[in-house]
Design a protein around this ligand. Structure first.
Ligand SMILES: [Zn+2]
Length: 170
């Protein structure tokens, strides 16, 4: 953050620590909202270029960086050789997914083949979400996790096992 801004915002404050902390919170909030707005605008532009249904459920819900990485994976499916013969897509190594916790080209392919959209909960790790709590309607509470760990563990990426079986790769 720019120190100049901070000084202007806090400089005139002669109040107590709480007042300074409150002001600082407000400043952070405004800065965050600003960045968020800019990103939302940019995301709209990026998605408009790919006016496809695939991204409908995740647009404006994941960070721009996550969106761009996902588009890169999407592009892998659009390479001429792959379009001609889908076997030209290199086999899934899981490395991309393990590193980024984002849908790889194979996950996207799977969604496209079944006419599904990318899913925020299943395809994107929550650290990519803009609003973790607001977008998590079915998040199990801590008591659930303690009492019923197996139920929780079985959630998410249900397609992966199927996809892997089909590809017989890793
Ligand atoms: Zn893959």
């Amino acid at each position: 953050m720019d120190h100049g801004i901070l000084k202007i915002e806090l400089g005139n404050s002669r109040g107590d620590l709480k007042e300074i902390v409150d002001k600082f919170h407000l400043l952070l909030k405004r800065t965050y909202e600003n960045i968020r707005q800019q990103e939302a605008q940019e995301s709209r532009k990026v998605i408009q270029r790919f006016n496809i249904d695939l991204f409908e459920d995740i647009k404006r819900k994941v960070t721009l960086y996550a969106l761009k990485l996902t588009l890169q994976q999407y592009y892998r499916l659009k390479e001429p050789a792959v379009l001609k013969d889908s076997n030209q897509l290199p086999a899934c190594t899981e490395r991309y997914h393990t590193t980024f916790r984002l849908p790889c080209a194979h996950d996207i392919k799977c969604r496209l083949e079944t006419n599904e959209r990318l899913s925020l909960e299943e395809d994107f790790h929550s650290h990519w979400w803009y609003d973790k709590w607001a977008n998590k309607p079915n998040k199990p509470d801590i008591l659930d996790q303690v009492q019923n760990p197996r139920m929780i563990k079985s959630k998410g990426r249900p397609k992966r096992a199927l996809e892997d079986a089909k590809l017989k790769t890793d």
